[in-house]
Design a protein around this ligand. Structure first.
Ligand SMILES: Nc1ncnc2c1ncn2[C@@H]1O[C@H](COP(=O)(O)OP(=O)(O)O)[C@@H](O)[C@H]1O
Ligand SMILES: [Mg+2]
Length: 231
């Protein structure tokens, strides 16, 4: 199935997170709290150390994705933000934001082939364009966007701030439409790297996104949720 080239993959795979066929146990406190927080707040930043179980909590058979899908939400394939070095990005156009491209490719992955946007059109689309196109198809959806390992955007190309600002501005534009929900999951040691971009993400009603209060979600010191403050 995979067409990975030699050298694309790190031979050290690391711990494998739970997936859609695995039932997760031991998160009876965290999962309902994350779920309720997400439904209530619409935009949530979820952080914990690497290996704490973020991806598993989201992707397990009884995880967050599945809970959201059980409501009226359209839960899109998990988004990863990284360099796009695929063949489709050849002719690398300066105007193309590669982080946006990476998101669009993540979104397209879960769609039936006949519903996919032609790659050359996809290249020049903004996130708002992409969802407007879905809306034009007549869907009345509530979209859930799950960004996992968001820290990847900070780990690559630290001097490429302009593209990162443009990327977060696009996310902000998208989230001003209240039909879009977003969960940002990331390693807590990268949280400070998000600071310069927080003003681009819409505030919650009466709230601010920056300096959010931390919320303990379990007796385990490894898992914390955070949300926008209300005042
Ligand atoms: N509730 C759990 N019970 C047992 N193992 C877990 C649980 N949650 C995660 N794991 C395991 O811990 C490792 C790290 O989980 P992962 O979801 O990848 O963490 P993160 O995304 O925070 O880095 C994986 O091997 C995963 O299978
Ligand atoms: Mg993970």
């Amino acid at each position: 199935m995979s067409t990975a080239k030699p050298g694309d993959q790190n031979p050290f795979v690391g711990p494998i997170p739970f997936g859609e066929t695995d039932l997760i146990y031991g998160r009876e406190q965290e999962l309902p709290r994350l779920f309720d927080l997400f439904v209530a707040q619409r935009i949530v930043l979820f952080y914990a150390p690497s290996g704490a179980g973020k991806t598993s909590l989201i992707e397990a058979k009884n995880g967050l994705r599945s809970l959201m899908s059980g409501l009226e939400f359209t839960v899109w394939p998990t988004i990863s933000v990284k360099h796009t070095t695929d063949a489709g990005a050849s002719g690398s156009d300066e105007a193309v934001n590669r982080y946006v491209s990476s998101v669009l490719q993540s979104l397209e992955r879960g769609r039936a082939e006949n519903l996919r946007v032609p790659p050359d059109e996809l290249q020049s689309m903004s996130l708002a364009d992409y969802f407007a196109r879905q809306d034009a198809a007549g869907d009345e959806r509530l979209d859930v966007l799950i960004f996992d390992q968001l820290e990847q955007i900070f780990a690559i190309d630290p001097i490429d701030q302009e593209s990162k600002f443009a990327f977060f501005a696009q996310i902000g534009d998208l989230l001003r439409n209240r039909r879009h929900w977003a969960l940002f999951s990331m390693r807590e040691d990268y949280i400070a790297s998000l600071d310069p971009y927080l003003r681009l993400i819409p505030t919650l009603p009466g709230g601010r996104f920056s300096s959010p209060p931390q919320m303990e979600v379990s007796r385990s010191p490894t898992m914390q949720l955070t949300r926008s403050s209300r005042t």
